[in-house]
Design a protein around this ligand. Sequence first.
Ligand SMILES: *Cc1c(COP(=O)(O)O)cnc(C)c1O
Length: 350
Amino acid sequence: MSKFWSQVVRELEPYVPGEQPQIDGLIKLNTNESPYPPSPNVINLITHDAIDRLRLYPDPNSKKLKSTIASYYDVTTDQVFVGNGSDEVLALAFMAFFQQSRPLLFPDISYSFYPVYCKLFGIEFNTVPLRDDYTINFSDYSAENGGIIFPNPNAPTAIGKSLTDIETLLQKNTESVVIVDEAYIDFGGETAIALVDKYPNLLVVQTLSKSRALAGLRVGLAIGQKDLIDALDRVKNSFNSYPLDRLAEAAAIVSFEDDAYFKEGRDKIIATREWTTKELEKLGFKVLPSQANFVFAQPLGKDAAKIAEYLREHKILVRYFNKPRINQFLRITIGTDEQMQAMVSVLKNL
Ligand SMILES: *Cc1c(COP(=O)(O)O)cnc(C)c1O
């Protein structure tokens, strides 16, 4: 701790992302990245021309990308916000909507960045326990609150909520903003974007990091009524005028345009997930029903931390959380068929 640190910095509890080790031949199933490259159109875009234009500031409003996203999701351009990864979009949204006199509500087992943002922005929060089967019960969210946020599907459980349940929550909770964090929605869930026109307090957040294989590009988005988007713009324009660089905006546009490539990659991952689930069950794992590009699996009768260690010795990296209620689970990202076959054979030899 440095004497130069402010009191605020001393008290921060930063988020710890999954490891990015540089080990040859490593099978990396720990941070929910795509095992496939992004659309070839993204790669072709990085031309001399594009590089020459890096002299110039990008469009501070990323208008072209917003209009591409608006037509992709059939909303209006003023209902779209974009940022440097959905983590940044979430941070701006916490600042814009959740600094309230009442506490924010989110599940006890959920994305561990939420409490970190609360600490950073001085937001009070209450966690709401998942049911024993690890599902979210929206009936438990009726307390007065300054906002509600949950991932759909939830992370790290991978379990999704139906649109009907989300709409029931929105009908009951009308006085604060509800954020649906749809980082994994493309892998089998139903997006809440269709509800945006009806519910002025709904904000849907998505990312290009997982289903669009662009974690390294850092692009996230939010969709909500113009009033909410205006608030996000006010915060963004008080913090960073240019969150998306020129290459990020251009690459994000072509990623949305190449829908066939997107769907092919997503479908492959879903098929591999179903195969992996069956194989893990045969090996004595309990696997929670996944609508994501990862599975949350409990090795019955064996210690999860030890299995993570054993896999690591075989150059296979999965995520283990030493936290109450989930310290007997492993979060395993779905890789290619070959990677998952390799993992299954290593587990068979355990
Ligand atoms: C991965 C993830 C994000 C953040 O993704 P970005 O790479 O910052 O766009 C947000 N929410 C959840 C639940 C995630 O798993």
